[in-house]
Design a protein around this ligand. Sequence first.
Ligand code: FAD
Ligand code: NAD
Length: 474
Amino acid sequence: MSEKFDVIVIGAGPAGYVAAIRAAQLGLKTACVDAFVGKDGKQALGGTCLNVGCIPSKALLDSSKQFYNLSHNLPAHGISVENAKVDLGTFIGRKDKIVKQFTGGIGQLFKANKVTAFFGKGKLLKGNNVEITGNDGSKQTISATNVILASGSVPIELPFAKFDNKYILDNAGALDINEVPKRLGVIGAGVIGLELGSVWRRLGSEVTVLEALPDFLGVADADIAKIALKEFTKLGLDIKLGAKLSKAEIKNNTVALTYEDKDGKHELTVDKLLVAVGRRAYTDGLLADDTGVKVDERGRIVVDEHNHTGVDGVWAIGDAVRGPMLAHKGSEEGVAVAEWIAGKAGHVNLDTVPWVIYTEPEIAWAGKTEKQLKDEGVPYKVGTFPFAAIGRAVAMNEAIGQVKVIAHAETDRLLGVHMVGPGVSELIAEAVVAMEFKGSAEDLARIVHAHPTLSEAVHEAALSVDKRAIHKGN
Ligand code: FAD
Ligand code: NAD
């Protein structure tokens, strides 16, 4: 007879492992099945985020920022360092150690919470049975009252630029280059293209980014995107908008690209090409034909507002379902589903999920952009405040960007907060809390903010909504 659990989670990324831990905390007998193989050939829990996503990319972003600052920020402080060099082995090795620390940490958390980890590919069968196929081809079946599908996402591949992770790289490949490429091509000026393009640019690569759409970073507020584009151009990212790749050929240890823009056809030769044109929900081999679980036209598992698939006891969370493909969104869905299963009140508010892009300057936002509000016909008012007028930012020599607060024109309720500048990945949390509590611009304006801190930009932008910022003209 197959081993029986209260909950089986398929996938141990930030959605799945969090769901498993929360379910176990609530007293449910829980198993988590994951197939990810780490660099050492062993099971590596934590999914895309911990292995080849959030954590390793931030490790490289931080290392490359330190290096770049030596020549671009420290001289302004009167500090000079001659002949600074990067040892790429140490650079990548540090990232690998961090990954190992965190993926190993999930294993320890599973043990501490009595979550049983299975290593292999899980397939949902009818009746909430899960067949697990090990790497050696061995099979076993376990069953549960509830199954949570958390199979995540994979990069979208262009048919004429297939990943080989030698010349044509996906996110995993771009986190593991063993020599700084002289010329790096990036397809897609989205989150991955900008973050990983920045890493290699800071180490000296000539980086050309081809973006198919005519507007830069259309998901962000237009004012914020405009400032960011100017700064990325200063960094040396050559961002070509409205540029569609039509051919990528590997020739003489290089990649020969053909792309088209409004001026016609162009050729470009690069040493490596990162293709970052979005990700797709990953459900390959996840569902037996007769489970009744549906996928939509984009391959995402269909769920209701409670992440339920409509099939008794089957739930789905994270990148595999609708909503932003962000680690924290998946984790909160994981917590909520575990709580719903345990008969408690789960809660996820997709309207206040914060976005952060960890470039220099950082970009962060929560809620609606001005364009979205205009399209929806919602009356609004805007307050902005530049970091150039924030003492702490100037002291750091990082006085770039601004905070923009958008509030309802009549009720003053916060509708969106958008930031580009130093440390905004942390500043956005205040805006999320205020929005989650249905706060107003006035609420933010009345809160005492420590001086001198970067958070004063949020305070002043909130004051500026009613034209009463103190440290700028209104
Ligand atoms: P995943 O993390 O993709 O995990 C799914 C897991 O399920 C994987 O381990 C997979 O092997 C396993 N699996 C799939 N199918 C099966 C099966 N049938 N059987 C067994 N196991 C299976 N998000 C942020 O919020 N912040 C960031 O800074 C950030 N940076 C990123 C940087 C990069 C380069 C990339 C690629 C992504 C980044 N993301 C970031 C996005 C983030 O990684 C994802 O949103 C997040 O990992 C989704 O979590 P998940 O648990 O849904 O899926
Ligand atoms: P993305 O959706 O952020 O950006 C893809 C970009 O590629 C878009 O601008 C799109 O217009 C462009 N594009 C699409 N097809 C193209 C083509 N044929 N030629 C040129 N450009 C093309 O996708 P991504 O950068 O691959 O990242 C995937 C997802 O991973 C993100 O949307 C995000 O959800 C997640 N992620 C988050 C973070 C973070 O939170 N900091 C970091 C990395 C990834």
